[in-house]
Design a protein around this ligand. Sequence first.
Ligand code: SF4
Length: 406
Amino acid sequence: MIKSNIIADSIYTEISEKEDVSVDALKKLVESGEVVIFNNQNHKNLKPVAVGKGMKIKINANIGISPMCSDQEKELAKVRLCEEYEVDAIMDLSLGENIRQLRQNIINSTYIPVGTVPLYECFYYHKDYPENMIDHFLKILDESGQDGVDFVVIHAGLLQEHLELVKSRIIKVTSRGGSLLMKWMKQNNKENFLYTHFDKILQICKKYNMTISLGDGMRPATVIDETDAAQIEELKNIGDLILRCREAGVQALVEGPGHIPFHKIKENVDLQKKYCHNAPFYVLGPLVTDIAPGYDHITSAIGATMAAHCGADFLCYVTPAEHISLPDLEDVREGIVAFKIAAHAINISRGKDISRDRKMSIARSTVDWETQRKYVIDKTKFDKYLQRVPQDVKVCTMCGDFCALK
Ligand code: SF4
């Protein structure tokens, strides 16, 4: 079982006030593994965040350089944007030169919990897929803990026996970590080293209180391949790993699929909760259709809203640039806003967070633009449209003098 004293009492008090739950109830949920609190003590200016049962829905924004776009300043500007829009967590998915330096700069510059995928750095610097990869991996994992990373994605659920199961898929694999591991397993004809050395990974994560996010290397890449044997067999193995995490006293959550048609989302959330012993569920979207590139912040926010309604706890945003290019600052803003709306819609439905809507509605009823601006999620777009209203006109220009509010 997880020991509640891995988190300081002052943090429980702070979170219980934010989440409107008693400290005792919160501690029990951490002990049972149904809630995780991101809190690596080496992340000095961190504001810890709780994810899971009974907590408000949280959102994550992915940032990070790629081998083709490596401007670190642009990535740090995305961090500032995440703070401005009150994003709950950031994942640095960098793949390129000076990964550690960027990671340290991100963590040292923000109070938002930061997650990473140590596997990316490992394969970036060892492109020949050497048989002894685990030593490199453990070194990077330990450095991540020292740097203050709050949660790490570990694709330990993927096994050799799952590789056969993707053969009938349209797109065999979409997970970057999953594809790297598949190649390593095939080249070396060995079982996934993250699985065979999982105990060593647990020891390091425990040392720094890094939460493990069990990555789904076999998640489907299209709505056609959803909920197939590869996805479900990996999920069952992830469920076993959740129990090993709890036994070792390491907090853990489970990553969920990225492309799922709308009517199959409930089934997917139910399966995750069943096989993974009610561990917090972190969904990547999910996108409910594959035919809207340029609008995948919308296709995924629709899926994320449904997933959260059915019991998912943590939503990873998708930007309009998904499937085409590295997102720029504007793409990140659009992705964040879409997911803030999704999370807020579900928080309202659970009786949390309604007061802001009340204040907004009162301001709208009196056409008080200034007060409305205080409560909108996206002030940038609000200002842009408000500029269209002539200075001397006090109402929205849609109906003008016929405005019902007037
Ligand atoms: S009633 Fe018409 S003019 Fe008034 S706020 Fe609504 S859309 Fe705008």
